[in-house]
Design a protein around this ligand. Structure first.
Ligand SMILES: [Zn+2]
Length: 82
């Protein structure tokens, strides 16, 4: 029954390895998130096509390659464009 015992050990070893890998990856992700929080990079600023207002991309509304400060300006701009 030596072969089966070997297989069981391999199985356990494999699971342990996966567990360690997952654990390390989680820690890496957490560290990345924490460093991103403490050191916020420059957020890209975009311009509203309707009112030319500059605002951070995370708050802007995208329409293709164009950006808008609000949904109203997006629909307004799309209307005037036609
Ligand atoms: Zn606008």
């Amino acid at each position: 029954m030596g072969l089966i015992r070997l297989l069981v050990y391999l199985f356990i070893g494999y699971f342990l390895w996966q567990f360690v890998k997952n654990y390390l990856r989680k820690q890496e992700l957490q560290q990345k998130r924490q460093s991103e929080r403490s050191q916020p990079g420059p957020t890209p600023v975009v311009k509203c096509e309707q009112c030319q207002l500059h605002l951070p991309q995370s708050e802007a509304i995208a329409s293709g390659s164009h950006w808008f400060c609000s949904n109203e300006h997006r629909s307004l701009w799309l209307k005037t464009r036609r």
